[in-house]
Design a protein around this ligand. Structure first.
Ligand code: CA
Length: 514
């Protein structure tokens, strides 16, 4: 062999070796994705967003060590449809899951399937709520339907098992067990950890009673909203003040430990073990005794209901936040924190008494907004804040982008990565929203609309034809519908045109299916 051929061979061997090492390094550096999503957790009940009600040190830790999105929204504020949007990166009209009934078509393209194809280990743990079995996951262990707070059943790849304990901690235990014992550790993972908490009927862990019993919270200024100028808002059935929030079903009164007006409630307290039940009964019997002694009427009674609701809701948030702390500790202890992207969000926002309400559905601020915080050490600078308009259609493309997987053209969201990688990225200036579930529970009328940084235009339709317009700078609580104010005529006209463009862009123009 002459010298030049020898050198050529050595060089090509070195190049091959080097590219092999690069491939190996690339595999090791592909980030894990840990997506934690709760149910009905309003941003008002996270101290990184709002310090009035509760301190949530663990969720705040994700925000402090990463980025907080202060203008994060959903496209259809209801449980199942929001989950379908997450999986597909598409609005409800495109993924086919518009309302909480029927079953999600699991044969369609989802981001876990694409990650799985790209070599990720994928897992889905906790609340699924899409009726059809999960697809695109190497491992799944889900709550049936809404699931139970106490000693919940889980379905592990088709096999049902009862787990002793409180739902957020049981769900976390199952997730950590998969990370520790069940996954293929040679591959990066993507895990969806979906909590049942803090969904109605807000059944707190008995360990939280001491902190929240009798605690009083600031009442929103518009708790006694009269809904003047807003016809659809007046027609809803989701008022804390009215029997929509039930004294027994929601607030656990009229309950003597064995009887309740609600079979559902009996079923749930019936799941408790003797110790849980004894603590539960002791607590609620005392709360009920004090309530009966007060004999409240009128506004006093309506304000008592607000406090009773908040005490149980926030107690559930307490356990949820603690369970997230357990996950963060696990990542730290097992050397996974640096290469794992952690996301925390909720399937939508929730009312904490604003407009007198609980629940969600409306395009108004508290339910269209959803919390979103992310941590990615070495990539997202700690303490980052982003006020750009982001939406849950963006999650799927973001995760694909972070994993180095091509984002399919039919995905409607946009990867969020430029928001921390670039100084001032070009970004969307409006969001589209569409809610379909009427007539149904809480009677929130069908509506669609557009939200920009400053304005919101909503069209309620089906059994009503009402437009609402709000200048959020002037009226952040959305109390006065100024659709007919001539001073805003040009703004409204412009928003209508932009709304129509968004409907074309998102292919949501077929009114016959409404
Ligand atoms: Ca929900």
């Amino acid at each position: 062999m002459n010298r030049s051929i020898f050198l050529l061979l050595v060089t090509s061997m070195l190049v091959a070796l080097s590219s092999c090492q690069t491939a190996k390094k690339k595999e090791q550096s592909r980030p894990n994705i840990l997506y934690i999503m709760s149910d009905d957790h309003g941003y008002q009940a996270i101290s990184a967003y709002d310090k009035r009600y509760i301190n949530t040190p663990n969720i705040d830790r994700i925000a402090n060590e990463g980025i907080i999105f202060t203008n994060s929204f959903v496209s259809n504020s209801i449980c199942g449809p929001s989950r379908a949007v997450l999986l597909t990166g598409k609005h409800s009209n495109m993924n086919g899951y518009k309302v909480n009934s029927g079953a999600f078509d699991g044969s369609q393209q989802t981001f876990p399937k694409l990650l799985q194809k790209a070599g990720y280990q994928t897992a889905m743990i906790g609340k699924w709520h899409l009726k059809s079995d999960p697809t695109g996951f190497d491992y799944w262990n889900i709550l049936p339907g809404q699931g139970a707070y106490y000693n919940p059943d889980f379905i592990e790849m088709g096999k049902k098992t009862r787990h002793e304990g409180y739902a957020p901690f049981v769900t976390t235990y199952i997730a950590l067990d998969w990370l520790e014992n069940k996954r293929d550790k040679s591959k990066p993972f993507c895990m969806l950890l979906h909590h049942k908490a803090v969904h109605r009927t807000w059944e707190p862990d008995t360990s939280t009673f001491a902190e929240f019993t009798g605690k009083q919270f600031p009442v929103p200024d518009n708790y006694f909203d009269d809904y003047a100028t807003r016809e659809a808002a007046a027609a809803q059935k989701m008022s804390i003040r009215k029997p929509d929030m039930d004294i027994a079903y929601d607030l656990k009164m009229e309950y003597d430990g064995t009887k309740s007006r609600f079979k559902w409630f009996r079923t749930h307290t019936g799941r408790m073990n003797a110790e849980q039940k004894a603590r539960w009964d002791a607590h609620y019997k005392q709360v009920q005794k004090e309530f009966m002694e007060k004999g409240l009427k009128g506004k006093e009674y309506e304000l008592w209901k607000y406090q009773r609701y908040m005490q149980d809701y926030l107690a559930c948030v307490r356990s949820l936040d603690e369970s997230i702390g357990e996950v963060l500790d696990y990542l730290d202890k097992h050397g996974l924190a640096d290469n794992t992207i952690v996301i925390y969000t909720s399937d939508q926002g929730f009312y904490m008494g604003e407009h007198g309400w609980f629940d969600k559905r409306f395009m108004y601020e508290q339910s269209m907004r959803t919390p979103l915080v992310m941590r990615y050490p070495g990539h997202i600078k700690p303490g980052s804040r982003c006020n750009k308009l982001v939406q849950n259609i963006d999650y799927a493309p973001t995760f694909l982008d972070l994993a180095g997987v091509k984002i399919p053209d039919d995905i409607q969201g946009i990867s969020l990565t430029p928001l921390w990688e670039e100084k001032d990225p070009k970004w969307r200036d409006a969001l589209y929203y569409h809610y379909y579930e009427f007539p149904n529970e809480h009677m929130v009328k069908r509506h669609y609309g557009i939200r920009t940084k400053r304005y919101k235009l909503i069209h309620f339709y089906y059994d009503i034809d009402e437009w609402e317009f709000f200048d959020l700078e002037k009226d952040p609580e959305e109390m006065v519908n100024e659709y007919d104010d001539p001073a805003y005529a040009d703004v409204v006209k412009d928003l209508k045109e932009r709304l129509e463009k968004l409907q074309v862009q998102y292919q949501d123009t077929d009114r016959s299916t409404y």
